[in-house]
Design a binder for this molecule. Sequence first.
Ligand code: C2E
Ligand code: CA
Ligand code: CA
Length: 256
Amino acid sequence: HAMRQALNHGHMAVHYQPQVDMATGRIVGAEALARWTHPELGEVPPMEFIAVAERSGQIGRIGEWVIREACRQIATWRRCGLPSLRIAINLSPLQLNQPGLVDTAARIAAEAGVDPGLVLFEVTESIAMEHAERTRLMLREFRAHGFEFAIDDFGTGYSSLAYLQKFQVRQLKVDRFFVQALDEGGPEARAIIAAIIDLAHTLAIEVVAEGVETQLQASVLRTLGCDQLQGYHFSRPVPPEEFERHCRALPMLSPA
Ligand code: C2E
Ligand code: CA
Ligand code: CA
């Protein structure tokens, strides 16, 4: 019930976490992450309220609102002269079953005057692979409208390599579990990430590492040829005004 009110009363917001390009050290994109501040409970973690939204049938409405917010923000940033940024939006498995999602997203982007190529949807590896044929058809439809896709939390599920190729996604996002294991210094995490990067690059897919928290992780990921980094080491997810300040500041990494 509170969630139903939240959108109307402005208790929900979208925060943006920078994605830093390894070659230039500059911010090239952001992941849009939903935030809910309940008047009495305070900040409700997204893992919790997204699950409630799914169970109570509200994920469609919230998901659509996130797409609209993100498109409005892309247009605003363009008007105030920021270089064009690609914004990643998470899709819940239930949204994938929602009839007309592609058309809705296309209409929202068009109304905001946003190039759909600047909007990238994230689906987790396990969801994408669970119904691989359906995913392939859906991604084809989204691509026909110009949208991009990323496979989220990559490396934690079981992937069909044949489908990975057929999906023609733009990015794989290496799960933060592997990134954080780099600190333990053993060879395993490094070897797994190196293999993911090799595989992705062979298929002309970019690799984004998530959950980068330390300088050590960032420098190992650079050595391994990772394309983009995202994590607390650079910035937490922040409100749009703060994100804009990050974009106007010095590069977040020294160029390669
Ligand atoms: P996710 O898609 O894997 O998003 C990345 C999560 O990792 C975010 O958590 C982010 O704040 C966190 N993170 C980023 N950098 C670091 C780091 O360096 N260290 C650590 N430990 N964590 C980091 P958040 O914002 O709490 O979101 C949790 C999950 O909720 C997301 O996981 C996503 O599955 C879901 N979610 C968030 N917003 C939306 C939304 O608009 N729609 C849908 N369907 N799901 C959403
Ligand atoms: Ca994500
Ligand atoms: Ca993720």
